[in-house]
Design a protein around this ligand. Structure first.
Ligand SMILES: *[C@@H]1O[C@H](CO)[C@@H](O)[C@H](O)[C@H]1NC(C)=O
Ligand SMILES: *[C@@H]1O[C@H](CO)[C@@H](O)[C@H](O)[C@H]1NC(C)=O
Ligand SMILES: *[C@@H]1O[C@H](CO)[C@@H](O)[C@H](O)[C@H]1NC(C)=O
Ligand SMILES: *[C@@H]1O[C@H](CO)[C@@H](O)[C@H](O)[C@H]1NC(C)=O
Ligand SMILES: *[C@@H]1O[C@H](CO)[C@@H](O)[C@H](O)[C@H]1NC(C)=O
Ligand SMILES: *[C@@H]1O[C@H](CO)[C@@H](O)[C@H](O)[C@H]1NC(C)=O
Length: 667
């Protein structure tokens, strides 16, 4: 198991910020080199560990104790350092940076001249020497080119355009040459000034020894020959056109074609040979029964009469021909040939589609001597040999005289009805025949409110918001109603659903047929009207107040005042008329001799000169004396004593008072 390392993330890049590259790379004095730098990364690796596991062992005593070791691996992460490379520009050897230029460096300063290349001074006229410090020969000027030395008498030996030092004769080579006389081009891999610059060219390219320009090997392009020829070209300078056809790609160097799936030949112009397909035509076709194979995908195109991915199957029953898209027309159970659709008739039938019987209609048997037993109206065919009946849709039974069993329909009664809610279906068409109360194609919809019966055709006749059964239209009455159509109120004394509840209202109260609530008659109250109105009130819901002056309340029903004795009138505010007293002023006074009677209790107040209970007796003048009035207290018949508000009636003490005008006499 190799430790494959996946670099997950660059965490830290070291030394990337050293020096902004301001040097112009086109400057011939600028050189570049590859510099390495370190990058810290998080990397995953397979970390081995010792795994202990239990196993059966051969030693029966240690049955459960045997352990084994094995090395397993899990993914772990660690920090690592990767070395990466980048190009760095700097001044070529012998040059130094001055601003954004690389200028040549002369170790000896040029005294009368200027530094034109490393350690090479170009002297002003009349000056010579390596550092232009010495006056020139003979006539005080420099030698002509190609000469050097005292009196310019030596001929320069430098080649390839090199100049020679007028004093020493040493050659100062032009770019790309080296050697004592500058006779050699740079060594392979170097170029430029003093052949110091390493070539940058890739992929076997050669480098111009003077300029460093890359001359690419066939198949490559780009300034450093780092790129392959663009697609469609190849060879030297990428100038050859690619000959590959059908999407083949050519090798960037040789131009050899590499063909896509399904094609072959030197320029990919030929499809794969029969029976082969795919890349390099290396796969074998698997199409059976004469099926053709696509040279690219290997997909089978089946011959007429066959189907399946590998054309391995005959057409499905009932179909034939190319792509199995023809329908067989064979009748009476005949087989159909899967390729050409020809019908193979069962015995007893003939004709191209086997549609004709051998026997005349209605007869069957080897010599057509028997009568078919099939019900002619419901039969498609009677088998000419066996007499077997083939029923038309919706019919079944040996003789086709029975309809399909419930829940099935169609040819051979094979199709199940798709009706809901107990619906039957038409034996031939399968159309649903809904049960009463349902409608819709599959009878899933209940009748709309107010309709009922088969196909929801009948209108409900229920009254008083009763619910109507969608099935039979029967009414389900609301509370308080009864009768077939719920038009009858509950009979008195009953209420509720089905008028099943008994009213509990007393004292002549009315009872609500719906919820049984009592509406009390005047003078009564309470849930069931068993309480009389409280004192001082009367009437419906005891809402009225009694309006009586001298009375013991009023009648709770009518509000009539119950006057105290001696009082009369609607409000009991009239004293009894003269000559009457007592309750309802209904008693006649019995006082005689002009005596008047008390309206409350009928006590007589005698006229002067008379005395006695009924003022029958005559006063005796002798007995006149100091008047003493004695009034005793007694109760009027029918009234309790001491009750607040009750008046006490006055009566004479033993009838002894005697009124004599302004004089009272006492007997
Ligand atoms: C002196 O100068 C002339 C012209 O610059 C040149 O032709 C000649 O060779 C020089 N040297 C001598 C030794 O005359
Ligand atoms: C196709 O053939 C070439 C040349 O023989 C071979 O390099 C390549 O791997 C082949 N490709 C496949 C998918 O077999
Ligand atoms: C065929 O069947 C139908 C329905 O069962 C019946 O009404 C008719 O009479 C039958 N016909 C004969 C010829 O039996
Ligand atoms: C069907 O026909 C056969 C033969 O005629 C007869 O025996 C049978 O009762 C019939 N069945 C019905 C349901 O009519
Ligand atoms: C009415 O009372 C009878 C007998 O108690 C009962 O069978 C019936 O279900 C009741 N009907 C309703 C609507 O409550
Ligand atoms: C007074 O008259 C009323 C109404 O006519 C009657 O109901 C009541 O009994 C009478 N009272 C007496 C004490 O006769």
């Amino acid at each position: 198991m190799g430790s494959s390392i996946a670099v997950l993330a660059l965490l830290l890049v070291l030394g990337f910020a050293t020096g902004v590259q301001s040097l112009n790379p086109d400057d011939p004095n600028v050189c570049s080199h590859w510099e390495s730098y370190a990058v810290t990364v998080q990397e995953s690796y397979a970390h081995p560990f010792d795994q202990i596991y239990y196993t059966r062992c051969t030693d029966i005593l240690n049955w459960f104790k045997c352990t084994r070791h094995r090395i397993s691996y899990k993914t772990a992460y660690r920090r690592g350092v990767r070395t990466m490379y980048r190009r760095r520009s700097q001044c070529c050897p012998g040059y130094f940076e001055s601003g954004d230029l690389c200028v040549p460096l002369c170790t000896e300063e040029c005294v009368h001249g200027r530094c034109v290349s490393p350690d090479t001074c170009q002297c002003e006229p009349g000056w010579g020497g390596l550092d232009c410090s010495s006056a020139n020969t003979a006539n005080g000027t420099g030698c002509e080119s190609d000469y050097w030395g005292p009196h310019c008498s030596n001929r320069c030996q430098c080649q390839n355009g090199a100049k020679c030092n007028p004093i020493t004769g040493a050659c100062v080579c032009t770019d790309g040459y080296q050697g004592w006389r500058c006779e050699e081009p740079c060594e392979y891999g170097y170029y430029g000034k003093a052949c110091q610059l390493p070539c940058q060219c890739l992929n076997g390219a050669t480098c111009n020894h003077e300029t460093g320009e890359c001359i690419c090997a066939p198949g490559y392009t780009g300034a450093f020959c780092g790129e392959r020829c663009p697609s469609g070209s190849h060879g030297p300078q990428c100038e050859q056109r690619c000959p590959c056809q059908n999407g083949g790609t050519c090798h960037h160097i040789t131009g050899d074609c590499s063909c896509p799936a399904g094609w072959t030949g030197s320029v990919c112009a030929q499809p794969c040979p029969l029976g082969k397909y795919g890349i390099n035509c290396s796969k074998d076709c698997s199409c059976r029964n004469g099926g053709l194979c696509d040279h690219i995908t290997g997909q089978c195109q089946c011959a007429a009469g066959f189907s399946g991915r590998r054309c391995q199957d005959d057409c499905p029953v009932g179909t034939f021909g190319p792509q199995c898209n023809q329908r067989c027309e064979c009748q009476n159970g005949a087989k159909c040939h899967h390729i050409n659709g020809a019908c193979l008739c069962e015995t007893g039938f003939k004709g191209p589609n086997c549609q004709e019987r051998f026997c005349p209609p209605g007869l069957y048997g080897l010599i057509c001597d028997k009568y078919c037993p099939c019900n002619t109206t419901n039969t498609v065919s009677c088998h000419p040999l066996s007499g077997e009946c083939t029923c038309s849709a919706g019919w079944t039974g040996l003789y086709c005289n029975e309809t399909c069993p419930p829940g099935y329909y169609g040819e051979g009664c094979m199709l199940p009805c798709s009706c809901t809610n107990g619906a039957d279906c038409h034996p031939v068409t399968g159309a649903c025949i809904c049960a009463p109360g349902f409608m819709g194609e599959d009878c899933a919809t209940v009748c709309l409110p107010g309709l009922y019966g088969p196909n929801c055709m009948s209108t409900c006749s229920c009254h008083n918001h009763a619910t109507c059964s969608p099935v039979d239209g029967s009414c389900i009455c609301r509370e308080g109603w009864q009768g077939v159509d719920c038009s009858i109120l509950c009979s008195s004394g009953t209420w509720g659903l089905g008028c099943n509840q008994t009213c509990l209202c007393g004292n002549g109260a009315a009872c609500d047929p719906i919820d049984g609530t009592c509406t009390c008659s005047p003078g009564w109250r309470g849930e069931h009207c068993h309480e009389s109105c409280p004192d001082g009130t009367y009437g419906l819901e005891c809402r009225e107040r009694c309006d009586c002056s001298h009375a013991d309340g009023c009648d709770p029903v009518s509000g009539y005042c119950r006057c105290y004795p001696g009082w009369t009138g609607i409000h009991c505010d009239n004293v009894c008329p003269q000559g009457f007293w007592g309750p309802n002023c209904s008693v006649s006074c019995s006082c005689q001799n002009g005596g008047s009677c008390s309206p409350e209790d009928g006590t007589c107040v005698c006229a002067p000169g008379y005395r006695g209970t009924s003022c029958k007796r005559i006063c005796l003048r002798l007995l006149w004396a100091t008047a003493i009035v004695v009034r005793s207290v007694s109760t009027a018949p029918g009234y309790a004593t001491g009750l607040p508000g009750h008046r006490q009636s006055a009566s004479s003490a033993s009838g002894s008072l005697c009124n004599q005008g302004s004089v009272l006499c006492v007997l």
